[in-house]
Structures are given as C-alpha cells and as structure tokens.
Write a protein that binds this ligand. Structure first.
Ligand code: MLT
Length: 388
C-alpha cells in the first residue's frame, strides 16, 4: 500500500476546523467570556414553514407501505429537478432536466467533479479563495496557478490572455470577499475559457443574495457559457440547509462527454439525497418558498448593513455586504490577519475568519459573516467600536 502523498502538501487542517479548535481552546481557558461567532458562514435561522411541512409529509410517506421510498434516482427526483428548471427559467435560463443533478451540497460536488478531469490539467484559482478549490486539487496533485484578487481589481480578477489554464474556478457572489462579477466581466471569462478550451467551475452558492438589478445570478445568463461552464448551487445559504444538506449542479450537454460522465460518476459513487430532504427542498422553489426564504435572507442582510455601517463609522475599508452575506475588511492599523483574529477574540470575544486563511493575498484582511442573529451582530459591532 502506498498512500496519496499529495495529502502531505495540504495545510495541517481545514481552515474552519482550525478556527474551531482555536475558539474551543480559548473558551476552555475563559469559560465566562461571551463569544459571538462571525467566522464560518453558517446560518442561524430555522428552516422556513413550507419546508418544515414538506419534510413532515415526507416522513409520513416513508412510514407507510404504500408511499415508502427506497433508493431514489442518483441524479435526484424529477419533482425537484423540475422546480430547479423553473427557477432558472425565472431568470431567462433554459436548462434541460437531465442537465440538473441534485446533490448533498456544493462543497461535495465542487470536490467530486474533479473525478472527470485528468491530473495533468492546470488549474486557475483566484487568491484569496474558498479553500476547497485549492485543497481538492492539491489532493490530486494538480498544478495550481493563482491569480491575484486585490483592492486594485475590486477582488474580481479578469482573465489574462498570457496565462494558460484548463480548469478555472470562479465564485460570484464571492466567498470570501463578497465581490460580485457583472455581465461584462463574466463574458470576458466565458470568452477566455471557450478560446482556451478550458472549463469554468462556477460556484453560485450565494446567488440568492444578489439583489442589485442586472447582476448575473447564473453563469448561464452569459452567452457562450453552455460550452465552457459547470455551475454549482446550494440551498445551504439560500434556504438554511447547512445541516439538512441539498444542492444542485448543472452540467450542460454542450460540454461534450462531461454530462454523461458526471451521470456515470454519480450513479457509481453516490446514492442520491434522501427522499425526505428532496421533498423539503422542492418547496424552496415555490412562490411561497421563495417568499419565506427571502425573508430570512433579508434578516441576514440587515445584519450585513449593521456591520457595514459600523465599518463606515470606523473608517475601515471593506468590500461585500451588498449582494453577499460576507464582509471583507482590511485589518485596522496594518495588523496581520491572524493577529487581528487573536486580538478580536481576546479583547472583544468576536470570532471572524482571518483573510490569510483564504490565500496569501488575503493577508492583512479579515472576513465577517452576516449569518448570526441580529442582537449578537449589534452587540459585536458595539464591542468593535469600543475596542477600536
Ligand atoms: C464559509 O464560511 O466559507 C462557508 O460556510 C463554508 C462552506 O460553505 O463550506
């Protein structure tokens, strides 16, 4: 037996596991200190009523012989895929039912999709970046090329014709920076990818936060994307499914063999999302489901405004917080990311995510999430003002 030695090239632990460990150590040493978590982007509001009702019905069905479900289709039940298709139609995007694959979330699919690609491909990722893109390719030993996302380009790097890439990762609205590509910028990426015969792996997990008219929510709103892009979506943030687990991935048939290869991969290695969860997920896309989940998103965006207003007041540079639940700020007084993490935790009991954890270009920056409860967010910002 020989182990996959590529694992030796990974950071010792996953970023958020690392933060959890640090916070656990701090709370063990300071049991009376009140901690406000604004680190990992985990939702705090419960599932909306239409989803809960559908989940209950799903359980009832599973409890009766006549309506019981065993193995389901690996790519998801048609009743849910049909709803996803209609959701895309609302933004003018036409997708075939068999281009939609239901999954247990975007994170898993973003990693699993790499089964379809040779290890010799060159991967292009922005820096800073959601660590999963880098870690999953490191596990496979692929060559990774980084493109700088920085204040000068608004944390939205554009293609460089001089750089050759086979697999390109884009995330918009972006995790961690909250920056959002407009149509022209995404079109530049689509043209570049088609020219290079590259594939864009487009992480659209935060699409439902886009509120500004005319910002794209799907890469398939861009002409030419069907021949160069796969899109990953998730109900985690859209509908509070971080613990329930459901997402969907769109693999266009215009991508040559990739659609059938993904089906082959999923039918072999995946048994689908549970019937009960898919019943709940299907309600997210109904008019009432959209209305109820958008109420939750508005709650989070109110938190984002509280954070943004505080940073404005303190004169701290930031991006995000609009069309995104993440606020990406410059650490005050030239502090380094992990130093600011320790400083905030120790002096104010606030947990955030150090920008350096998302890549070298993230050094000196810090990410706060708007997914907490309102009162805690207000209190955290009061503490921040007092501290700074
Ligand atoms: C984050 O905080 O970056 C996200 O919650 C991580 C994830 O969605 O996997």
């Amino acid at each position: 037996m020989r182990i996959n030695t590529n694992y030796q090239n990974l950071e010792q632990s996953y970023l958020f596991a690392n933060i959890n460990r640090k916070v656990a150590e701090f709370t063990a040493a300071n049991p009376d200190k009140s901690i406000i978590r604004m680190g990992i982007g985990d939702v705090t509001l419960p599932l909306v009523p239409v989803v809960v009702e559908a989940l209950h019905k799903g359980v009832d069905e599973m409890s009766k012989k006549e309506t019981f479900h065993g193995y389901g289709p690996e790519q998801g039940y048609d009743f849910l895929r049909q709803r996803v298709k209609e959701y895309y139609e609302k933004i003018g995007v036409q997708i075939d039912l068999n281009e939609i694959f239901i999954s247990d979330g975007a994170k898993s699919d973003v990693g699993n999709i790499l089964d379809l690609f040779d290890k010799d491909n060159t991967v292009l990722v922005p820096d800073p970046v959601y660590p999963v893109y880098v870690d999953t390719n490191t596990m496979d030993g692929r060559k990774i090329v980084f493109m700088e996302a920085n204040e000068a380009n608004g944390f939205l790097p554009l293609p460089d014709e001089g750089v050759q890439a086979d697999i390109i990762y884009l995330c918009s609205p972006n995790n961690p920076t909250g920056a959002v590509y407009n149509r022209e910028q995404l079109k530049a990426w689509v043209d570049y990818a088609n020219k290079q015969q590259a594939i864009i792996l487009f992480d659209s997990a935060y699409e439902s936060f886009v509120a500004t008219e005319d910002l794209p929510r799907s890469i398939f709103e861009i002409e030419g994307a069907r021949t160069c892009a796969i899109e990953f979506c998730s109900l985690s943030k859209t509908a509070g499914f971080t613990g329930t687990r459901c997402g969907y991935t769109v693999v266009p048939k215009d991508l040559g063999p990739l659609n059938t290869m993904w089906l082959r991969r999923q039918t072999t290695k995946f048994n689908g999302v549970s019937y009960i969860v898919q019943r709940g997920a299907a309600e997210v896309f109904t008019d009432e489901g959209i209305r109820q989940t958008r109420e939750n998103l508005a709650y989070y965006m109110r938190n984002a405004k509280v954070i943004a207003d505080t940073l404005d007041e303190l004169g701290i540079w930031y991006t995000g917080g609009q069309n995104s639940p993440y606020i990406w700020l410059k650490c005050p007084n030239g502090m380094k990311s992990w130093d600011f993490f320790d400083f905030l935790l120790e002096k104010a009991g606030i947990v955030g995510t150090p920008g350096a954890g998302f890549g070298t270009q993230g050094e000196g920056y810090f990410r706060l999430t708007a997914f907490g409860n309102y009162e805690n967010t207000v209190e955290a910002m009061r503490r921040l003002k007092e501290l700074l």
